[in-house]
Design a protein around this ligand. Structure first.
Ligand code: KG4
Ligand code: ZN
Length: 403
């Protein structure tokens, strides 16, 4: 299949300095909006996600969008242990990653030789699981002589609403609510992230998971708890709204969810609830978390003067959160953007997209042959990146990803 109308040699390659200047001057544009003259040559990127319990593979084309994607979830495998077993996760990624890559290439009708870059989740996540995707990405990139880009998992989540048919435009406020993170960020452009607030203890997803466990629900807890909450009455128990008072007094946008989880623990011990009682507790808990997330998100919009909110990460799939956010935003004149449901939780599409956007914004990735980079000969590529070495970053601060 012929993907490009021009040969690689004919493609116009813009100097990085010019592009960086353009992005700086016009931060309100999304990459898709760059004028023709400043567009990068079309790029086809393979995305590989193996940071936790999902093997996600996708092919993203910078102009044609998402060509194909596939996901294998390990939920059934971890279920009997009540949580993710890291060693089992790594082994399963090894089993799945190559067949899924082949499947996606076949579905898109693309040959390996047509790939321009490989984007993979380099962190944060489980070290062994990350190593699987990182090794395969670097090995493939080496064999094909194309760059391999290590992507920050949260940046993938953060940019995932750009995969939707009606994407937001920069700048926007992002509410990142995953199993490991709860953050509010001001996103000015790809690689321009300002942290407005984050959790000081448990992440929202973690609180959902732990509370689900207290109520005797299986893994993964979030969706099970949300489902049970749908059968209960949210007003039954008055649970704390952690750190809302501080926000009103000092403007603090941090979160804390561990106290809420403890309040549920005490409630469960005191009441020994039956099925209906558990549903009421689940609904009360969900409402407390949603209350905090909605109130703080709206305050972040007000404080930054922005009007678009992007919700990303697994908890973004929570229907009650969406309902409440949509209602509050409509009242205040804001717009809320969500990734498609299938791209809320971990997936390869968001990693391939982040890779495309990073390449478009000037990232070079690690390449043994810099002259084969889609951005042309990159004399300024750090020598260290031209080695055979690669690493994973199980702990990785998103603020270090500033371009
Ligand atoms: O983003 P994600 O797939 O993985 C991480 O990067 O952590 O998020 C997983 C988290 C889990 O804690 C899961 O319980 C939670 O998202 N989650 C939900 C829902 N769906 C997934 N939490 C509440 N309601 C849901 N519907
Ligand atoms: Zn995630």
């Amino acid at each position: 299949m012929q993907l490009f109308s021009m040969s690689r040699q004919d493609q116009i390659v813009r100097p990085l300095s010019e592009v960086a200047y353009y992005i700086e001057r016009r931060p309100h544009l999304s990459v898709r909006d760059y004028p023709e003259s400043l567009r990068f040559p079309p790029m086809l990127i393979l995305g590989i996600e193996t940071s936790c319990d999902e093997t996600g593979i996708a092919l993203y084309h910078s102009e044609r969008g998402l060509l194909a994607h596939a996901l294998h979830t390990q939920i059934a495998m971890h279920q009997e242990y009540g949580g993710v077993v890291p060693e089992l996760a790594s082994r399963d990624h090894i089993r799945r990653v190559l067949p899924l890559i082949r499947q996606v290439m076949r579905e898109a009708g693309v040959a390996f030789a047509e790939l321009d870059a490989i984007a993979y989740t380099q962190g944060p996540g489980l070290a062994g699981a990350l190593l699987v995707g990182t090794s395969i990405a670097n090995a493939l990139a080496f064999a094909l002589d194309i760059p391999a880009l290590g992507i920050h998992h949260l940046e993938g989540h953060l940019l995932s609403p750009l995969l939707a048919s009606n994407p937001p435009k920069f700048p926007f406020v992002a509410l990142l609510v995953s199993g490991g993170h709860t953050q509010l960020m001001r996103v000015a452009a790809v690689g321009e992230y300002e942290l407005l607030g984050e959790t000081v203890d448990d992440a929202a997803g973690e609180a959902f998971d732990k509370t689900a466990q207290l109520l005797g629900l299986g893994y993964p807890g979030g969706p099970a708890l949300a489902q049970l909450a749908g059968q209960g009455k949210a007003g039954t128990h008055k649970l704390p709204r952690p750190m809302l008072e501080q926000m009103r007094k000092t403007g603090n946008l941090d979160f804390s969810f561990s106290g809420l989880k403890t309040a549920v623990l005490l409630l469960v011990r005191r009441e020994a609830p039956d099925a209906a009682g558990k549903a009421d507790i689940a609904a009360s808990f969900q409402e407390a978390v949603v209350d905090v997330l909605v109130t703080k998100s709206l305050y972040a919009l007000e404080r930054t003067g922005l009007s678009q909110l992007v919700v990303a990460g697994g908890v973004g799939a929570n229907r009650r959160l969406r309902e409440r956010l949509d209602g509050a935003a409509a009242e205040a004149g804001y717009t809320v953007f969500y990734p498609e449901y299938e791209f809320c939780t971990d997936n390869g599409a968001m990693i391939a997209l982040a890779g495309a956007l990073r390449l478009g914004a000037g990232s070079v990735g690690a390449s043994l042959r810099p002259e084969r980079s889609p951005l042309g000969g990159l004399a300024n590529m750090p020598a260290a990146q031209r080695t055979y070495a690669f690493t994973v970053k199980p702990r990785w601060d998103l603020s270090t990803m500033i371009l």
